[in-house]
Design a protein around this ligand. Sequence first.
Ligand code: UT7
Length: 327
Amino acid sequence: MTITRTLIRGVGGYLPERILTNKELESKIDTTHEWIVQRTGIEQRHVAADDEFTSDLATKAAQRALDAANMSIKDIDLIIVATTTPDLTFPATAALVQHKLGMSHGAAFDLQAVCSGFVYATTIADSYLKNSLGKRALVIGAETASRILDWNDRTTCVLFGDGAGAIVVETVDLPDDRADQGILSSRLRSNGNQWDKLYTDGGVSTTRSVGHVRMQGREVFKHAVGMISDVVDGALEDAGYTADDLDWFVPHQANRRIIDGAGKKVGIDPKKVVITVDKHANTSAASVPMALNQAVNDGRIKPGDLVMIEAMGGGFTWGASLIRWTS
Ligand code: UT7
């Protein structure tokens, strides 16, 4: 008997050059470096140049993931870009990435689940490939969140940053005694009744503009830890593991206090938690793949490690995937 599994073949990331520090923000709005660090753990964020778009960030991260996988774009059957900040209303940013990578075969589409977008996209790619609709996919999280921030609203503009991360995944048929590899389980959830806790105050069909991020921060905070631990526990249970089995916990990077709270509730050793929020801030759908990229490239995540990724964000949406790392 064989089991079809989706394996991780490569990971890549890209951060825009410009770094915006908390100190710089102090000169623009009524905030302090100390407040931001104490409440969120954020010290700085990267901001895309005016002529740098989400598709540019996504393309760079994707190319690095392809290089890491030792593959070319010819090998890819599907591109999913998880983003809330597309270049254009249409076509999908994924189509623009496809163009920039020189790909005219296969399929490409965007996925909108805000900060949970990359976990959603990974899960969708896993299902798509397991259903034999293709063999290899590029799953990308990319954002220019700086474009939808109200830079006069200190309750939101200090929290977000720009960037992109990507993975290359491939399905293989494994003998069932060797099937403990790749994406082992995933849980996705949403609750649209909570849409007004975190949203933009504009959109194509309502205001014919993109609007700005609005958030009831305390309300989001209140729900975050419970939602995260719910899907993490579920994904562990589905695969027959416990938190003690995890080698690495790679959470969505929104707030250091939420990460610490979720890690504690799930019961994960803090030394196994990958943190990038201090340097990247909240990059929405890009945060998890960029954190994966960092931990793989600095030698922490190695082939054979059991890795939990999770995210929660606007919608509300939330999700987690358990992965036996293979790249
Ligand atoms: O990707 C998922 C989406 N987002 C999140 O996960 C974010 C979830 N929420 C949070 O991370 C936190 O709620 C925040 C970091 C946004 C805020 O932290 P908090 O501890 O919940 O603070 P608060 O909103 O209760 O505000 C406390 C005080 C307020 O002043 P008063 O009313 O007590 O006088 C705010 O006006 O801090 C004030 N404040 C600020 N002060 C300095 C709010 N933003 C700032 C700021 N600098 N940037």
